[in-house]
Design a protein around this ligand. Sequence first.
Ligand SMILES: CC(C)(COP(=O)(O)OP(=O)(O)OC[C@H]1O[C@@H](n2cnc3c(N)ncnc32)[C@H](O)[C@@H]1OP(=O)(O)O)[C@@H](O)C(=O)NCCC(=O)NCCS
Length: 211
Amino acid sequence: MAFATTKHLKLRAHRESDKVNFLLHNNDQRMTRTAYPGYAVPKGERAWKEMDEKSLSTAMLCVVLEAKREYVSLRKWDEWEVKQEDAEKKQEDWDRVLFAGYATIYLKNPKTRDGNFGIVIATPWWSNGFATEVTEWIVQHCFEQLNLHRISLDYFASNAAAKRVYEKCGFVQEGVTRQAFWLDGGWIDEVAMGILEDEFWARRKQLANKA
Ligand SMILES: CC(C)(COP(=O)(O)OP(=O)(O)OC[C@H]1O[C@@H](n2cnc3c(N)ncnc32)[C@H](O)[C@@H]1OP(=O)(O)O)[C@@H](O)C(=O)NCCC(=O)NCCS
């Protein structure tokens, strides 16, 4: 059952059966290289357990993203993947095929009501507008329902797609940490962005006036 839906996606709670998808996608360097600053090494069952216990379960908000079945044709397929006819797919096959990533909010400091945002879209679903629609939903939910004062995030300066998504959703740059991470044989900066509740409501009013 979905907690919420956007145009292409169901947003739901994470569950034990997601393990296989988390392991699959967190072992895809295309996805992890800009999502996590740690060592780029394969991750096994223990890493999933740690991620589940220390990370996903402690998030204020954690949504697993599942593409709606009617948009399965938007998915790109890697050559090693076995494609089945839709009629042949069992539930676990649909779960694997439609898994589109996850997004989280961690409450850094309850007193300041500052939520730290993170999003990962599974590689087969890139460039379909998924990150933009999920980020828009999260921002709205955080201010309208969760009573946050601000949302913060950080991204690798070389991650042009992330920058574009966050700017489209109303985040503004707040700072740069120089040479914060090592990637592709060189140092890269980390950029901090944020959106305040006042900015969200002003933007909402502006969009409503345009409509
Ligand atoms: C970054 C990420 C979340 C984007 O997800 P997505 O679903 O492909 O994003 P969307 O389709 O909603 O939007 C991407 C936007 O970036 C633009 N874009 C993509 N690649 C780009 C590039 N190299 N340079 C400039 N813009 C780029 C797209 O054109 C699109 O903008 P548009 O809608 O105005 O055309 C996804 O690539 C991802 O999960 N990467 C790995 C993990 C990660 O980096 N997470 C963010 C960590 S801060």
